[in-house]
Design a protein around this ligand. Sequence first.
Ligand code: ADP
Length: 328
Amino acid sequence: MTRIFSGVKPTGHLTLGNYLGAVRQWAEVDQYRAESLFSVVDLHALTVDHDPGRVRRLSRQAATLLLASGIDPERAVVFVQSHVDEHARLSYLLECVATDGEMRRMIQYKEKSVLERARGGSVRLSLLTYPVLMAADILAYGADEVPVGDDQTQHVELTRDLAERFNQRYGQTFVVPRATPPKVAARVMDLQDPASKMGKSHESGAGIVYLLDEPEAVRKKVLRAVTDSGSEVRYDREAQPGISNLLEILAACEGGDPEAVSGGYASYGALKKDTADAVVELLRPVRERHKELVADPAYVEEVLRRGAERAREMARPTVDGAYRAIGL
Ligand code: ADP
């Protein structure tokens, strides 16, 4: 049976980008067709300046949101990465297979290290090695598929390279996985800045829709989205990035195709209104279920405890095998 691994970082509140690019697909499709593991990858939240209490709170919130999105812990394994030692154990071995040049070529590293330096901070070594830990997350479970948004496909390519290199040098140990981004909304852009992706750790929230935003806030953000000069509603990500982003969001909400959706609109105003309504409706059940789950923290704790136990059992044979293969 196909096996799937994916995760979300507790570096901020989950966004519409996380939901459309990843979480919704996990909840609606992946958990029904494959043996799935979904993790709150908290070790990755330590790669930039962080507040310990905040990471802990966000981690619990992210796990609760995965469940609120419809991921069923009876079907999929839901857990927190740091509860399972195998990730860090395997990451070190993969650091002995990866090269520093490879790490420095990663687009996310380039972008984030520039940001960190511009803020006057220093760059943590873990920001450079982050993709190796991500490779360990995936390879430890022998995942065949990794459903992620576009921004993560380069890291999955690296994971493939590391798996192949390890297998070649030390004998068949890892499954070589592939990224499976969604067809629509694999890269949702910031509503105020359609040149950058809607990311949860960005500082301004004006262009970012959070899953737990009140409906009125969602509506306001979508209605105030920057649009392009001109008035034609056309799907063209190069020439009309603002409008195309709204079309992608609306199409993803409705399960359609952005090009086809564009045909139904003569004005920006009507498109924004329908998009706002569609996003509010899409998020409504998630917010409602989240409210219920927050009232029952012991349930979420228990899900995570069982999830970690199961994840450990699944990862250990592969990671032990890798230790033996490499000569330890
Ligand atoms: P973030 O960049 O918000 O910190 P994570 O690294 O936690 O996101 O990613 C969780 C999942 O959400 C990943 O599969 C990632 O590709 C996806 N994702 C993140 N932002 C977006 C976006 N703007 N559009 C589509 N998918 C996204």
